[in-house]
Design a binder for this molecule. Structure first.
Ligand code: R5P
Length: 290
């Protein structure tokens, strides 16, 4: 027991001063429990409210795609520049040094490859996500895909139920059904459905009219980079997405397939967090590539 001798009476009550309230920096997350907020804060920077996720989970459906043949050589040198790592548990365990101490958005569904049909997925065990200290669980949702919509919606809902139990936010990953147009109407529908079903983060694609997608989604959206394009174009994509309301990027190929991946991720980071233009970002990319 603490010694009562010399005990100081409480006397600093801040009377007349309202208790500070927490103006939480992540969209739609103010009412979440503390553990969820802590995990979201590990992903979204409290100063900028933004995040750069480095996506290298492609192998779970594609195998050793270009740039991801040797994670130790291509990805590990980039980790220091990422706010969060998006990958599978297999790669995390086999190839990512635990001392990296970066938040992980764990790819948490699996079950199909690009050789067959996508999205007939099952969820990994949430206990494994806890064991890997995941800051978020990423799960696909294929809106508008007649065969897979229900399966992926069930996965998403189950992941949210389990995530809520243990304080782990879920990222809904909008997988575009084959017959769907990649337009604002579709992405707004798919993103909103993810949020309505309990996702705390949505990953989707940038498109014309994206400001409507972002405005109608009550949780933060991060955009995927998509297939490799010239660096300036990829930086324009990041800039436009942020200007139109995205809370960050979840970018893979346009970073790790770049000629200078470390320079590219730093330029992306500056566009996302510091609000520099794509052209300024490209200058930065060129300087850092020398
Ligand atoms: C694809 O399998 C993954 O979900 C990727 O994380 C996602 O597509 C983002 O990567 P990229 O910027 O290469 O499109």
């Amino acid at each position: 027991m603490p010694d009562m001798e010399g005990f100081r009476e409480a006397n600093n009550f801040g009377l007349g001063q309202a208790q500070a309230t927490d103006n939480f920096h992540v969209k739609g997350a103010s009412n979440l429990p503390w553990g969820m907020k802590d995990r979201l804060t590990r992903i979204f920077n409290p100063k900028s409210g933004k995040a750069v996720l480095l996506a290298f989970d492609h192998g779970f459906i594609m195998g050793p795609t270009s740039g991801l043949e040797r994670i130790d050589l291509s990805i590990v040198p980039l980790l220091e520049y990422a706010d969060c790592l998006m990958c599978t548990r297999g790669i995390l365990q086999s190839s990512i040094p635990a001392a990296t101490n970066k938040p992980v958005c764990l790819r948490s569904d699996a079950g199909s490859s690009i050789l067959t049909e996508l999205n007939r997925n099952v969820l990994i065990d949430v206990e494994d996500a806890i064991r890997y200290n995941a800051s978020a669980m990423a799960v696909m949702f294929a809106a508008g895909d007649e065969e897979r919509e229900a399966i992926t919606a069930a996965n998403l809902v189950k992941a949210v139920d389990l995530g809520n139990r243990y304080g782990i936010p879920v990222m809904g990953v909008t997988a575009v059904g084959k017959q769907m147009a990649r337009d604002a109407r579709y992405f707004a529908l798919a993103s909103r459905m993810c949020a309505e079903n309990g996702a705390s983060i949505v990953k989707t694609y940038y498109c014309e009219g994206f400001e409507r997608v972002a405005a109608t989604c009550p949780v933060p959206i991060v955009i995927a980079g998509g297939k490799k394009v010239p660096e300036l174009d990829a930086l324009k994509l990041c800039y436009n997405a942020i200007q139109d309301g995205a809370a960050g990027v979840d970018m893979g190929r346009n970073v790790f397939q770049s000629e200078h991946p470390a320079a590219m991720i730093q330029a992306v980071h500056a566009v996302v967090h510091d609000g520099i233009t794509a052209e300024q970002g490209y200058e930065m990319y060129q300087d850092l590539s020398k």
